[in-house]
Design a protein around this ligand. Structure first.
Ligand code: R5P
Length: 315
């Protein structure tokens, strides 16, 4: 068993880190992060962490690469301040979409991030809804993946689900959407989505499953530029659906997301707070609903500290 538990936050998402600490009835640990004019980052841990069980919370949010380096420096500082164990808590895992070698001469950067965390001194990783579950296999240290399923399912369960179906935006999302469909007791359909280049444009033409006249809930792991969701909403309407609602874990909302989400004209867009959501999007998409993952992360941290199961949280 490790010593006392301490939770620290990087600068990517202080609101979520505070929410996690508040759920656990704890204060965030004291640290100072300085960014110099030459863009170097200095981290100073302002309290004793000797023999402590330390959790460092840092999500992947802009500036993504800077925040990753800041996390690595925080872990290094904790390690050399003699923390007994360091868990990197990554609500949204950096470079998660770079998880396969689907072109010649490219980096599997999600694996490189796993190596960097280990090299910096992380003993464990806690994250949520990976783009692909095989990313867990990139680690040489224990890594736990939470799923936002309970949070999203509870939300949709409290709405009218008669005559509804769950939709996956592509075959890759089929597994996770299937998980939602099973928990909500709904049938499922899958869109045939293709990408032909790096332009962040998705194209869909076909759909497997029955959706005519139904209220659909599209589930996806993340929304980045909103292209997949806009394209999914478009094709679903050509197949005669009634209402289009969306449930997604990571609200990355990058690039032209605001415009694309407005064009998608969704009846409801439900996301979690694993990344900070820009105020323009919150104000520009009136159907947006943000659910908190802080209680899940807080409970998971308590379970890791106490040596209890994480998987039973998703049952
Ligand atoms: C793709 O494999 C993912 O599951 C998401 O569908 C994708 O990341 C969404 O990206 P965008 O919003 O840019 O279409």
């Amino acid at each position: 068993m490790f010593g006392d538990m301490k939770i620290f936050s990087g600068s990517s998402h202080p609101a979520l880190a505070s929410g996690i600490a508040a759920h656990m009835g704890m204060q965030l640990g004291k640290s100072r992060i300085t960014r110099f004019s030459n863009e170097n980052i200095k981290v100073k841990i302002d309290e004793n962490v000797r023999e402590s069980d330390v959790f460092v919370i840092q999500t992947s949010a802009p500036p993504v690469s800077d925040n990753l380096v800041e996390l690595l420096i925080m872990i290094d500082a904790m390690k050399f301040a003699s923390a007994a164990r360091i868990t990197a808590v990554l609500p949204y895992y950096p470079y998660a979409r770079s998880d396969k070698k689907d072109e010649a001469r490219i980096s599997i950067t999600a694996r490189l991030v796993a190596d960097l965390l280990h090299t910096a001194g992380a003993d464990r990783v806690l994250t949520m809804t990976l783009h692909a579950p095989q990313i867990l296999g990139f680690f040489r240290i224990p890594a736990d993946q939470l799923l936002a399923t309970p949070v999203l399912v509870n939300y949709f369960r409290n709405s009218d689900l008669s005559n509804s179906a769950v939709v996956a935006t592509d075959a890759g999302a089929g597994k996770i959407a299937g998980h939602f469909a099973k928990r909500l007791g709904l049938p499922m359909a899958i869109i045939d989505k293709r990408r032909f280049d790096d332009s962040e444009e998705a194209h869909s033409t076909a759909l497997i499953g029955e959706v005519k006249g139904k209220d659909v809930i599209i589930f996806d792991d993340e929304i980045a530029t909103g292209g997949s969701i806009r394209e999914a909403a478009r094709i679903l309407r050509t197949f005669g659906v009634r209402r289009v609602r969306v449930g997604a874990t990571h609200a990355v909302f990058s690039g032209t997301a605001l415009q694309r989400l407005q064009e998608a004209e969704l009846d409801e867009l439900v996301v979690t707070d694993t990344v900070p959501i820009p105020i323009e999007i919150q104000q520009g998409v009136p159907t947006l609903k943000i659910l908190s993952t802080a209680p899940m992360f807080g409970d998971a941290i308590l379970r890791i500290h106490g040596g209890r199961s994480i998987s039973e949280m998703m049952e």
